[in-house]
Design a protein around this ligand. Sequence first.
Ligand code: SAH
Length: 345
Amino acid sequence: MKKDVRSLSLKDLCSFFESNNYPSFRGKQVYNWLWKKSCFSFDEMTNISLELRDVLKKEFVINHIKIDKIQKSNDGTIKNAVTLFDNLLVESVLIPTAKRTTACISSQVGCSLDCDFCATSKLKRIRNLKPDEIFDQASTINLQSKLYYNRPISNIVFMGMGEPLLNYKNLILGIEKITGKDGLGISPKRITVSTSGISKLIIKMADENVKFNLAISLHSALEKTRNKIMPFSKKFPLDELKEAVKYWYKKTRKKVTYEYIVWKEINDDMKHIKALVKFCKASPSKVNLIEYNNTENSFFTAAKDKIIQEYISELEKNKIPVTIRKSRGKDIDAACGQLANRETN
Ligand code: SAH
């Protein structure tokens, strides 16, 4: 099988040319075509001789994602069904607001976690996305944003399919490409990685001094409730998560954001509110209350507005910043937790 040329670093490409007795600057040219110009065919690399293009074709393929289907929501959200080189599917979403255009991208095909309220968790994890597949989603949505909204993307969130931290190496390489000068040049300050809370990898990121933002899907600060709705979390106790978040802040000086959904009869009482406030006080943090998007699991229903207001007032009383995230793209199943490779028409 031929190797994917996009899995080579600039150094690898230059050495490939050198070892075949061609000047190493050819490596830079090809790299530029691949990354800066998102070129997916050796034939379009016009400053590379025909002979050299043949050498490349014999040795390599250029794998890249394809947009299989686009669905537009009434609110302007666009959901892309993305086909990978091996015909697997993931989804990525463009979310426009007055001031921003956010790309919500996937990190895995399916998901190995079992959050009961999330549609993606019902698809088993098939494989991790490669760094270039992560990059391609961002660059494709960037083009789409320019086309439909006349502006490039301003933000990226890893809140699509999969658990980004369980694809750690490729996530970091993908983000390096997205932020790099020869990639999209987007500041890491505008990127948020959302995790279900894998403590030892949060510590690893802090040690590696990453510059992007971190969001944690908390949903309950009481172990018993969390274990019930996110069964995998039995392996990742809240005490360890709390310590990891403290360490993250100490190293990065960045507040984490806790993502939190309030459900009827699950966490809609004072006991849960108090536990959340206490958890937040352990280390500087913010709370993002997420509107619940229905999936096929009827066990979950959004809580009443009154209790959500109580969450807000308790948090504010304790000086913990709180925002509410309204759902986008619900009519096309593009909202958080609804990505399941399903068509809605
Ligand atoms: N695995 C990562 C990222 C993907 S999920 C994580 O767990 O953070 C992105 C966000 O959507 C998470 O905060 C997740 O808890 C939330 N989410 C999942 N299902 C949802 C649903 N049905 N309604 C609203 N948000 C949901």
